[in-house]
Design a protein around this ligand. Structure first.
Ligand code: URP
Ligand code: ZN
Ligand code: ZN
Ligand code: ZN
Length: 480
């Protein structure tokens, strides 16, 4: 029996905040209330003046990802451990089969890699090709392996890109299965063309990266994916919405009543595209990710999306490549491995720029860092809620604590920090995973292999409604 009493804090859930103690036992929350008594042997954590919130869920990470000829620096152990240090207790990563690779084979490979994770994890499955076996395996993954979301890369031509035929087939299958289709929205044909055009202008450095992926490239793909989802009556989740054009596509569809959800990355909320013109190649290349950081102005629009409820989750797309790996694109920006870190910093930067500026309330912070992801991907209230019966994945948040973010002090194995030098106010003092203290006042106690695979059932509430709606709307033939 391991028991922890978090005493004297303010519990923050997505719906309300209230003064209460939280008692955990054997990995679960067993009581939330005032003046709770600690059974013998209980560890007491003093949360006076602090918030007690559900651990963060990062719905978009790539640990140990083989990508663009190399493999990310953070594996499932170092990446999830870094997350715990930042108050993130669960991740949803991606299984990405090579085109023609059986889905179940890729799934088993990723499950093996993830066994070393220190925090709980789950997977979205990428659909990178299509035939009857893919359709069949989607069913097996949903019904037997607890995968309820499928990812479609609309970019990365000649690699993992989906064409419209695959999108349509897969979205239709998602509706049948009660699983959420998700898209990386960028028009891969345009990116392919623009990369060549930019290179022909003699621009080979990282400043060519955003030129080859302007905002409308993302806007077009977001609109297209949303339109396909609308015709098929399936909900859709757009990952890493980085610009006004894509966010507007979501807002328009939602105003029409469509079930469209949007994810924003911590980096896209804070960083603008001027960094790509940095004279130091390594600094500029360290920021090469897709979609790229956007011109000033887009960031505030994304914040407004979170405030208005038109965008729903915050993520990181944590995908770390070191300077030596980024140097593969020294003479050609299109060869710079795409990806940046952030799993360790997301909670603190969203708090600092969100709550400390009045853009978000603490409850809205919980919604966009944890609860909304849990709801959309059917993990709620096991995750995303401080309530009796929920997993004891908790963060004790010190709103007065502060820290200067830096690659020199981060736990992530990446050698760069896109938030370098930023001083944030509001940091985790304690993180609990499965009722164990895994981070205490700067001391990381992550345990290799302690994380569990989270099965996510199909037919979350939005799907039951979507399926019913499409049945109600089924047209009939005229009897003649
Ligand atoms: O640049 C990025 N985002 N790398 C990871 C793969 C993806 O597109 O999500
Ligand atoms: Zn992506
Ligand atoms: Zn990604
Ligand atoms: Zn390296």
């Amino acid at each position: 029996m391991s028991s922890i009493l978090i005493q004297g804090g303010t519990v923050v859930n997505a719906d309300r905040a209230f003064k209460a103690d939280v008692l955990t036992q054997d990995g679960k929350i067993v009581a939330v209330g005032t003046d709770l008594q600690a059974p013998a042997g209980t560890t007491v954590v003093d949360a006076g003046g602090q918030y007690v919130m559900p651990g963060g869920i990062d719905p978009h990470t790539h640990m140990q990802l083989p990508f663009m000829g190399t493999v990310t620096m953070d594996d499932f152990y170092t990446g999830t451990a870094a997350g715990l240090a930042g108050g993130t207790t669960s991740i949803i990563d991606f299984v990405i089969p090579n085109p023609q690779q059986p889905l179940l084979e890729a799934y088993q490979t990723w499950r093996g890699w993830a066994e070393k994770a220190a925090g709980d994890y789950s997977f979205h499955m990428a659909i990178t090709w299509w035939d009857e076996s893919v359709k069949r395996d989607m069913g097996t993954l949903v019904n037997e392996e607890g995968i309820n979301s499928f990812k479609h890369f609309m970019a990365y031509k000649n690699a993992i890109m989906c064409d419209d035929e695959t999108l349509v087939n897969s979205f239709k299958r998602c509706l049948e299965l009660g699983a959420m289709p998700t898209v990386h929205a960028e028009n891969g044909e345009l990116v392919y063309l623009l990369q060549k055009q930019v290179a022909e202008m003699g621009i080979t450095g990282p400043e060519g990266h955003p030129l080859s992926r302007p905002p409308m490239v993302e806007g077009e793909a977001a609109n297209r994916a949303i339109a396909i989802a609308d015709v098929l009556n399936v909900p859709i989740y757009v990952v890493h919405v980085s610009c006004i054009e894509a966010a507007e596509a979501i807002c328009r569809a939602r105003a029409r009543g469509q079930r469209v959800y949007g994810e924003v990355l911590a980096g896209h909320l804070m960083i603008d595209d001027s960094i790509y013109r940095h004279p130091d190649f390594a600094t500029a290349a360290a920021h090469v990710m897709s979609p790229p950081f956007r011109p000033k102005g887009h960031q505030e629009y994304l914040w407004r999306g979170l405030q208005s409820g038109n965008l729903h989750t915050t993520a990181t797309d944590h995908c770390t490549f070191c300077a030596a790996q980024k140097a593969a694109g020294k003479d050609d920006f299109a060869k710079i491995p795409n990806g940046c870190g952030g799993v360790e910093e997301r909670m603190a930067v969203v708090w600092d720029e969100g709550v400390n500026t009045g853009r978000l309330t603490p409850s809205e912070f919980v919604a966009v860092t944890s609860a909304n992801t849990a709801k959309l991907f059917n993990l709620y209230p096991q995750k995303g809620s401080v309530s009796v019966g929920a997993d004891a994945d908790l963060v004790v948040w010190d709103p007065a604590g502060s820290k200067t973010l830096s690659a020199k002090t981060q736990f992530s194995k990446g050698d760069y920090n896109v938030f370098e030098g930023r001083t944030v106010k509001g940091i985790p003092s304690h993180t609990l995973s499965q009722g164990k203290l895994v981070f205490v006042q700067g001391d990381l106690r992550a345990e290799r292999g302690a994380g569990r695979y989270l099965k996510r059932p199909a037919f979350g509430s939005n799907f039951a409604a979507a399926k019913l709606r499409s049945e109600v709307l089924t047209p009939t033939a005229v009897k003649r």
